[in-house]
Design a protein around this ligand. Structure first.
Ligand SMILES: NC(=O)c1ccc[n+]([C@@H]2O[C@H](COP(=O)([O-])OP(=O)(O)OC[C@H]3O[C@@H](n4cnc5c(N)ncnc54)[C@H](OP(=O)(O)O)[C@@H]3O)[C@@H](O)[C@H]2O)c1
Length: 321
């Protein structure tokens, strides 16, 4: 089968380890299903993998891709939940210390076929296109959990989303508006700030700008470049939810601000199968749809990776098969 793999790690030149070509068809162990992939979407995670972050070298070569939607052996249309927990794990699978995401331990979705535990299949509703469904399991699920599980926001709250153009960030804007929040967003690009307004953000700001008011919660995926601004933006007792750090993992912690203002700093990673099911329902009932930057054939995946590495996208890049 045709697949897109990480063959080598290179921290400075991640795309040098990207390979497109033939790989053996996968065999599904007991309890696992084979999904014929219709669409898969790119995440920053795929670039981190090529840089060697979050994965051991002895896993290489590995098929990339956390997100996908397709058809299982029974002909059912499915969205693939990417968090693979231990078969004996009970409860929230994101808390299983042995959990992995597709493409970390098991081959991912950038291939004609992928095998996953059968319990990781979520029915795809007909309202969602293959391309839209393929955006949900990572960036959109992460945004859902950041807002509604870890952020605990209420309708009417004001939320600041840092780095408006990213896959997670665009999801945060759309989901936040659907849930009745006042959504403010920052971006380093004027064009992306304009597009964030078009998506429904109530106001947009340059990176680091002074805000008209303190916010109830901040959603962080940018990391070092925006961390100080995120802490300064919060009202006393506000919540900073962080799920990523594209620009760096080690900003100053500014502990004085954290304890004087009694801020809550909460980590968030992916989401549960249950949350993915709720996100799918929200798309069905509220008419919410993932923001797609560009759809391209999987054979052109390198161009999609290049676009993400340059930070030139607004929303998700989707590969079709
Ligand atoms: N924990 C989890 O489960 C989880 C899940 C999904 C993603 N993540 C992480 O979250 C991060 C975002 O993921 P994504 O897929 O949404 O990535 P993405 O689409 O590549 O996000 C890129 C956005 O981040 C902002 N950005 C990038 N570099 C920046 C810098 N140096 N300074 C300021 N802003 C910068 C830019 O926003 P503007 O150009 O608009 O300013 C850009 O549009 C990644 O680090 C990813 O690994 C974690």
């Amino acid at each position: 089968m045709f697949a897109v793999t990480a063959a080598r790690f290179n921290a400075d030149d991640p795309l040098s380890g990207l390979e497109l070509g033939e790989r053996p068809d996968p065999a599904a162990p007991d309890g696992w299903a084979t999904v014929t992939v219709k669409a898969a979407s790119l995440n920053h995670h795929d670039l981190w993998t090529l840089r060697g972050v979050g994965i051991r070298e002895d896993r290489l070569p590995i098929v990339l891709g956390c997100d996908g939607a397709g058809v299982d052996e029974n002909g059912d249309e499915v969205v693939i939940h990417s968090v693979i927990s231990d078969p004996d794990w009970l409860g929230d699978e994101t808390l299983d210390p042995r959990r992995s995401l597709l493409s970390e331990k098991y081959n991912g979705t950038f291939a004609e076929k992928v095998v996953v535990p059968r319990r990781n299949l979520v029915p795809k509703p007909p309202e969602l296109s293959w391309e839209e469904a393929a955006c949900l399991p990572t960036a959109w699920l992460t945004a859902y959990r950041m807002l509604f599980t870890q952020g605990g926001v209420q309708p009417g709250d004001t939320v600041l989303v840092q780095g408006a153009g990213g896959g997670v960030a665009t999801a945060l804007i759309v989901l936040g508006k659907a849930a009745g929040l006042r959504v403010w967003a920052t971006s380093g690009s004027e064009a992306k700030r304009k597009r964030a307004l078009d998506l429904g953000a109530d106001a947009v700001f340059e990176r680091g700008a002074k805000l008209p008011d303190r916010v109830d919660a901040v959603m962080e995926t940018v990391g070092a470049a925006t961390w100080g601004h995120s802490l300064r933006a919060l009202r006393p007792g506000g919540t900073l939810v962080v799920s990523g750090a594209t620009s760096g993992f080690n900003p100053s912690a500014e502990l004085n601000r954290v304890f004087f203002l009694q801020l809550r700093v909460v980590g968030s990673t992916m989401g549960t199968r249950d949350e993915l099911g709720k996100l799918v329902k929200l798309c069905q009932t509220a008419g919410v749809r993932p923001v797609i930057d560009e759809v391209m054939p999987l054979t052109e995946a390198r161009r999609g990776f290049e676009k993400m590495a340059r930070g030139e996208l607004f929303g998700k890049i989707v590969f079709t098969l």
